[in-house]
Design a protein. Structure first.
Length: 524
């Protein structure tokens, strides 16, 4: 049965038969239990090899990318032959065969498309028949011929010759099955082929990364790299992934944050330092959380939580400017999000007090907080400390309201062991969280620099860990030793790169990560 020659769909992806167990060939013979389209394509491959035709050559003719062809020959009038010979390559996403003339559309990785035409008098009967019978949608080919415009004005290459670049053994999407998010995530390579939004997202990320680095460099920050494998995880209250080193015969942990190493840099005299890093937290996964994620962290000697708030605003607004040309982000669904101007600030405890109708502060007893949480219908983990309960209450009462960029100021001290106490408010640290579109995008601090107080905080974290708190930090003796050499006053900033893409595009986190972690399929 010949394959359907309709154009590949841009917005759909079949659930079948793209996924099979991969057992395609047994003793040189095509597996007859394969779905029909997969079997036909493998039979074509086998026939090509039997005739001495290489369906996967080491190289093919290519003089210019399709985008360059379009730029070079833009503006040609209808029905013009340029006399210029070019070799172009691309994946076939449309194919229409007639008696003596065949049409196809090639697409390259950036989404640029170009029509190619094969006529009987140019390529000969054998070559034209091979094209008709062997080529399927999704195949990658090289076509060499004259650049022309068709009678309809379509820029085209009129082939003198064509060659295989790669035979596709699986069919591309068609118009009959909707593309699920799960399928897009699992087979991002197919998503990139067929969906313009996926290609746009993939190119958006590096543009944002360039903007982030440019903002840091303009402020005289130095970019460094810190270890992903660590003897002692720290810098965040999070559950780590654990592994084992055969070479050192010891347990190691995947980094949950680079904070403690970046602070070591500041001790050593690198007064403005940042890192764009991969972090790993052995926790839940949802629309805004991924076990593996990208983050930027920075530290500035003689800064504080106010200077980091200014930095965060610049990072976000400069990224929007780089992508959209303004501080207004246009989301994938057309909605606009204004990230410009000065952002509002609210107090965490003031919000709680307003929402629950009574005064709540960092000194409010644990029993009163638990009663309040129960009244709100919340479930309290018995391992939660007072500050954790307060933060959970805040998130509960403010859910769905923090859509415009908002700094939530002043967090409980017992839940922020690396942060300096507030200069005026008892029980609170100088920490803010930045919310955009209802999720936390970044956090900033005035850093704790007293090594004695820091030791006390980390020892208390150790007690919590001993009681069963899987997210509590341990006592990092080398970090404390570094502090004892003298750590200058500083401000610290952490911002999720994937979440920044969410704020700019309105997408979920699995759409902003090119290849997010997913459970393996039983059969592939």
């Amino acid at each position: 049965m010949a394959e359907d020659t309709n154009r590949v769909a841009d917005e759909s992806l079949p659930e079948h038969p793209l996924v099979t167990n991969g057992r395609d060939v047994v003793d040189g013979r095509v597996d007859t239990d394969l779905p029909e389209q997969l079997r036909i394509r493998r039979e074509k491959r086998a026939d090509l090899l039997a005739r001495g035709v290489e369906p996967y050559p080491v190289a093919v003719p290519r003089t210019k990318p399709l985008a360059q062809i379009r730029a070079t020959y833009a503006g040609l009038e209808i029905d013009v032959a340029t006399g210029e010979i070019e070799s172009v390559t691309g994946r076939i996403i449309f194919k229409r065969d007639t008696g003596k003339l065949c049409f196809a559309t090639l697409r390259e990785g950036d989404g640029t498309e170009l029509q190619v035409m094969l006529s009987l008098d140019k390529v000969g009967e054998e070559s034209l028949n091979s094209w008709k019978s062997e080529i399927d949608l999704g195949d990658i080919v090289s076509v060499t011929g004259e650049v022309i415009t068709s009678k309809r004005g379509e820029l085209s290459v009129l082939a003198n010759d064509w060659a295989w670049a790669a035979k596709a053994l699986r069919p591309l999407p068609n118009d009959h099955s909707p593309m699920s998010e799960e399928t897009r995530v699992r087979m991002r390579y197919v998503d990139l082929i067929v969906r313009p939004q996926a290609r746009s997202n993939a190119r958006l990320r590096p543009a944002v990364m360039r903007s982030l680095r440019e903002t840091f460099h303009a402020r005289d920050y130095l970019e460094v790299e810190t270890p992903m494998l660590q003897v002692q995880p720290g810098g965040a209250t999070a559950r780590p992934f654990k592994t084992f080193s055969n070479a050192y015969d010891m347990d190691l942990f995947l980094r949950i944050a680079p904070e403690l190493f970046l602070k070591r840099c500041v001790v050593g005299g690198i007064e403005r330092v940042f890192e764009i890093n991969r972090n790993f937290r052995n926790e839940g996964a949802d629309s805004s959380h991924s076990p593996e994620f990208a983050m930027i962290e920075s530290y500035e000697a003689y800064g504080d939580w106010r200077t980091t708030a200014d930095l965060a605003r610049s990072l976000v607004q400069n990224s929007a400017e780089a992508i959209f040309g303004s501080h207004v982000a246009t989301h994938h669904d057309g909605r606009e999000s204004d990230l410009g101007g000065k952002w509002r600030e609210i107090s965490l405890y003031d919000v709680i007090s307003e929402k629950v109708g009574e005064s709540i502060t960092a000194l409010t007893p644990m029993g009163q907080l638990k009663k309040l949480a129960s009244k709100l219908g919340m479930k309290i983990d018995p391992n939660w400390i007072q500050g954790k309960v307060a933060e959970e209450i805040f998130e509960h009462v403010s859910v769905g309201e923090l859509n415009e960029p908002t700094f939530v100021m002043g967090f409980p001290i017992d839940n922020a062991p690396l942060v300096r106490a507030h200069r005026e408010i008892p029980g609170v640290v100088e920490k803010w969280d930045l919310y955009v579109d209802g999720f936390e995008l970044a956090t900033g601090y005035s850093e704790l620099i007293d090594p004695i107080l820091q030791r006390e905080r980390l020892v208390e974290q150790g007690r919590l860990a001993a009681k069963g708190d899987l997210e509590a930090m341990g006592v990092d003796e080398d970090f404390l030793r570094a502090m004892e050499f003298g750590m200058p006053p500083m401000g610290g900033l952490g911002m999720g790169v994937d979440r920044l893409l969410m704020a700019l595009t309105g997408l979920g986190i699995r759409e902003t990560i090119l290849f997010p972690l997913v459970k393996p399929e039983i059969d592939q």
